[in-house]
Design a protein around this ligand. Structure first.
Ligand code: PLP
Length: 381
């Protein structure tokens, strides 16, 4: 079945049929289930461990990611935490793309300080660097985003999966930007695909949540075990909110792509801009790989203004764009990563991945492009 059909019929993923034929599967908003009232193979006892509403979303994500199983988590960063809790032990080593979400970076530092986890950062577009680190260290986990946030680098998922497996490391992709509608990391060799459903998947900015899908039954059992033990699972009300956005994911992604390419192209022509980094523009160094690896290019890109003052003035003056973190909502937004989403990086760490105080990250929504361009024009005057 094609993915559009699956995403439009979510109730078919419910663990049992609702007798009313309701278009939305009920929200089982309960903590506990009566063991005496159940029969059959599947028994529910406690919502932290298992819940029918959450199971529906987990079944759907596992299917569309081609995974053996999935856990829906209470936030996207909880999916990252669950990955670490599942795979890492004290003194483990991880290899992480240096250009990563600020919350992931902060969490890694916590694992480093508390559990002596050794972190190796690298540029994942340089296979030789990856080979060097993997061949001279015992790496347990390799992790990257693609596209990366905030640098919008495209990582060749198949190549990195092959290199990781050559050295017996597990490979996880943070698929928050592209989503499973655009790319399926497990098909390209990754062991885990995790994502913040807060972004494009919920699509309406109304909830924070996440998920992690595992390629094998064994890894799936492990994430379920640790999700229950560490209390990482998502509550059923939030599952319902996430499920409302899912049928429209594809049409929204197409629109985010189209609108953002128009705005990025416009900005590239302005003399107050030093650089626009959008994987959907020919000027992006991995434009061809982006086209090959992703069906739709997400609507997030970075712009280097020619001064910090102008970047700040622009954000201050915009009327339609909110100054907000996160991305993937219907409303367009801008932020300075160094100040907000990536404040856990030092200036030097950000400079190493090409991000400065005059870099503004855009997330383009579903508004009229003409209105957005007018807003940009008046904001820089
Ligand atoms: C790439 C990426 N991964 C994970 C997260 C964490 O997701 P959440 O904010 O839902 O916890 C974010 C949040 O911005 C992100 O950008």
């Amino acid at each position: 079945m094609n993915i559009e059909t699956s995403l439009s019929h979510i109730t078919k993923y419910a663990p049992f049929e609702d007798p009313s034929g309701a278009s939305h599967f009920p929200i089982y908003n309960t903590g506990t289930f009566d063991l005496k009232k159940q029969s059959g193979d599947k028994i529910y006892d406690y919502t932290r461990s298992d819940n029918p509403t959450r199971e529906m979303l987990e079944n759907l994500f596992a299917d569309v990611e081609n995974a053996a199983g999935c856990v829906c988590t209470h936030t996207g960063i909880a999916a990252v935490a669950l990955l670490f809790e599942t795979v890492l032990k004290a003194n483990s080593s991880v290899l992480v793309e240096a250009d990563c979400y600020g919350g992931t970076f902060r969490l890694l530092k916590i694992f480093q300080d508390k559990y002596n986890v050794k972190i190796h950062f690298a540029d994942f577009t340089k296979n030789e660097d990856l080979e060097n680190i993997l061949s001279s260290n015992k790496i347990d986990l390799v992790l990257c985003e693609s596209p990366t946030n905030p640098g919008l680098k495209i990582i060749d998922i198949k190549e990195v999966a092959d290199i990781s497996h050559k050295y017996n490391a597990l490979f996880a992709i943070d698929n928050s930007l592209a989503t499973f509608i655009s790319q399926k990391p497990l098909d390209l060799g990754a062991d885990f695909s995790l994502f913040s459903t807060t972004k494009y998947i919920s699509g309406h900015g109304s909830v924070v949540a996440g998920a992690i899908a595992a390629k094998t039954k064994e890894l799936s059992n492990e994430i379920h075990y640790y999700a229950n033990a560490h209390g990482r699972s998502q509550n059923p009300m939030d599952v319902f909110l996430i499920s409302l956005g899912i049928p429209t994911l594809k049409i929204r992604m197409k629109e985010h792509q189209e609108n953002s390419i128009k705005i990025a192209t416009f900005l590239e022509e302005q003399d107050y801009i030093l650089k626009v980094t959008h994987p959907g523009l020919k000027s992006h160094p991995q434009y061809e790989l982006a086209k090959k690896q992703m069906k739709y290019i997400p609507g997030v890109f970075c712009v280097d203004f020619n001064s910090v003052e102008l970047a700040e003035k622009f954000i201050e003056n915009t009327k339609i764009f909110g100054e907000k973190c996160s991305f993937g909502s219907p409303d367009s937004r801008v932020e300075i990563p160094a100040k907000i989403s990536h404040a856990s990086f030092s200036k030097e760490e950000l400079a190493a991945i090409g991000i400065t105080d005059s870099t503004v990250r855009f997330s383009i929504g579903l508004e009229s492009v003409d209105d957005l361009i007018q807003d940009i024009n008046q904001a820089v005057k």
